[in-house]
Ligand binder design. Structure first.
Ligand code: 16G
Ligand code: ZN
Length: 614
């Protein structure tokens, strides 16, 4: 097809050759039909030979491209037999990529290697593939694709991922060609894919399957081995910005973050060793390993006491950010002193939550909402001090505690925006502002600075005419930007930001906790025969279907004080999630139960009816 088009365009060149000649030339040609004007005639012949040669070499190039393509597809076909798809198995690229028991994932990994290669050819950039199942049990695994600037892959390509993953063995090439055609990808383009993995026992062979997929399509790989998810996002961004974002090595990451952290904590020089001490629960995962590596770079400005470091316990088992957030209790294996500042990473270190126990033994959780509040308040103050007129917004989901939203809007006068659950939605919304702080209540989040905002801050740093207070504030802003991993939520980077903010403002974890008091809340799940019967709107805060469900929720909420409740189908589990908050824990529990019953009755509940919590 391409060849025909090229030949056709050559013919057009030949035919239009004469009309563009001057009338004088035309005349002389007409008067010498035997081409007795030798120059002109020779010129035409030369031109024709040139065009024929071009056509010939184009045809040759296309021929060899075609051969190359065939050879490539042969290789894919051969290699894919080593990573066969179990017949009938279908999986979907969900909010967090593919995630299931590791034993079902070998073919998925190989195919995601193929897809990442295509994505790289399409975008002419390096693409990342991370092998991890985050906070899931150790037996599970998963995979996520990372786009050129370190963000999540687009929705259309998520669709291709599902399409490719579910193609039966004999139609894999057909699906591959379909994507190539739809996206108009030249298969002979070079490709580059960065691969990383977490510490799960299955991750080594699964990441090898990704590498096989890439190489079978002729792509180049860089295997980073064991890295946190946010470290791989960082590498991809560093590579595609040609080093502007940092150096694409693990050491480059440690250097960039630690330098910024040390610069920030210089502004809190009278901290005691006690204040520098932080207990970190590594979830027995990759975060623990990387924290150990980073320690030396922090030059004792942060004194980490690491537990669940992977030396004995099981990944995410009774520990890690998800366990602490869901169970609302301290992880096992951590020796917590009264009032001591502690935090937990999840299995791939892209989430973090803080907590402490008070003198009465009461457990206090500081989740993503509290983190967003601390960071946005700090940034807003710096903007005021620096005299910068930049708009700052906090992006939350429906799960954000009502108290946090009220505090941010009413007291801090910050714009608050609510999106659907899932990092990509929050990330996307945060890009709309000069400074977008986004956090899910579960502890995944970061801060995005627009290019214009970064430029303004950098220019002001250089501006020698600014007075001391302004200069100090703007320098802090600059270091804070360097400390934040803007590509994705990053437990290590977020932890360092939080530690720096607490140090600079001279706050204890208790002071931070006291900024506002969380409304008691409860999350439950209900099993229904098909969770897709629940459709939501208004950033998942209202149920559109099944009919009558939202009315039922509205009238239940009215029975309680300061109450709020919503339901949504989970994107990662075959259940419907129910959230409720109210003025007391009893009310929140009771409301959550009543809403669960409404879901069970109106949305096709299966199994036993939900039982009251008390
Ligand atoms: C995934 C999402 C997370 C979200 C969670 C909700 C990413 C990288 N992760 O883990 O942001 O909170 O799903 O799970 O987007 P759910 O739909 O089962 O409630
Ligand atoms: Zn995670």
């Amino acid at each position: 097809m391409q060849l025909v088009l090229q030949l056709f365009s050559c013919r057009v060149t030949l035919e239009t050759h004469h009309p563009v000649q001057s009338s004088g030339q035309k005349q002389s040609q007409q008067s010498s039909p035997d081409s007795s004007t030798p120059e002109r005639g020779r010129g035409d012949v030369r031109q024709c030979i040139h065009v024929i040669r071009e056509v010939g070499s184009a045809a040759h190039a296309l021929q060899s491209q075609k051969q190359h393509k065939m050879a490539q597809f042969d290789k894919v076909s051969q290699k894919s037999k080593l990573h066969p798809k179990p017949e009938g198995l279908t999986l979907q690229y969900g909010t967090a990529g593919f995630r299931t028991h590791a034993k079902h994932l070998d073919h998925i990994m190989f195919r995601m290697g193929l897809l990442a290669t295509l994505r790289s050819k399409k975008t002419k950039s390096t693409i990342g593939v991370m092998v991890t199942a985050s906070h899931n049990p150790e037996e599970d695994n998963g995979v996520k694709l990372i786009d050129p600037m370190g963000e999540m892959v687009t929705a259309v390509w998520e669709g291709y991922a599902t399409q490719l993953a579910n193609a039966e063995q004999d139609s894999l090439l057909k699906e591959l060609k379909d994507i190539l055609e739809k996206e108009d990808i030249d298969v002979s383009e070079p490709a580059s894919v960065y691969v990383g993995k977490d510490t799960r026992p299955s991750s080594a062979s699964l990441s090898q399957a990704v590498l096989d997929g890439v190489s079978s399509l002729g792509g180049k790989t860089h295997d980073y081995g064991l890295v946190t998810t946010p470290q791989l996002h960082y590498m991809v961004c560093c590579c595609n910005t040609r080093g502007c974002y940092g150096s694409p090595t693990v050491e480059g990451y440690y250097q960039k973050l630690s330098q910024a952290f040390l610069q920030l904590t210089q502004n809190a020089s009278n901290r005691t060793d006690d204040q520098k001490r932080l207990q970190v629960d590594g979830a027995n995962g990759i975060g623990a390993l990387k924290m150990r590596e980073m320690e030396a770079f922090l030059r004792s400005e942060l004194q980490v006491v690491l537990s669940n470091d992977g030396s004995s316990g099981k990944l995410n088992h009774m520990c890690g950010a998800d366990y602490v957030k869901v169970q609302q209790k301290a992880p096992q294996g951590m020796n917590m002193g009264v009032g001591e500042r502690c935090c937990s990473f999840d299995g791939d270190a892209d989430r973090i939550v803080y907590y402490y126990t008070d003198s009465k033994g009461c457990f206090h959780l500081l989740d993503g909402d509290k983190i967003a509040t601390l960071i946005s308040t700090y940034l807003k103050e710096l903007l005021t001090q620096a005299g910068l007129n930049l708009q700052i917004a906090v992006v939350q989901t429906a799960y954000a505690n009502g108290s946090s939203t009220r505090y941010l809007e009413d007291v801090m006068k910050v714009v608050v925006c609510c999106t659907k659950t899932g990092v990509k939605h929050l990330h996307h919304a945060a890009q709309e502002y000069d400074i977008g702080v986004y956090f899910e209540a579960n502890g995944h989040g970061t801060v995005l600075f627009s290019k214009a905002a970064q430029k303004q801050i950098q220019e002001l740093v250089k501006d020698l005419n600014t007075n001391d207070e302004r200069k100090q504030a703007v320098k802090l802003l600059e270091s804070t930007i360097n400390l934040i991993n803007q590509t994705v939520g990053d437990a290590i980077s977020d932890m360092l930001v939080i530690e720096a903010v607490l140090a600079i403002r001279g706050m204890s974890v208790q002071d931070w906790d006291a900024i506002y008091t969380d409304l008691p809340n409860r999350q439950l799940k209900v099993t229904v025969s098909d969770r897709r019967v629940i459709d939501t709107t208004d950033a998942e805060r209202k149920a559109v279907t099944p009919e009558g469900l939202q009315d039922a929720i509205d009238s239940l909420v009215k029975k309680y004080k300061n109450a709020r409740s919503f339901v949504r189908p989970s994107g990662t589990e075959d259940v419907v999630r129910v959230y409720a908050e109210a003025d007391t824990q009893e009310s929140a529990d009771s409301l959550a139960h009543e809403v669960s019953l409404a879901v069970y009755r109106l949305a096709g509940g299966v199994g036993d009816e939900p039982k009251p919590l008390h």
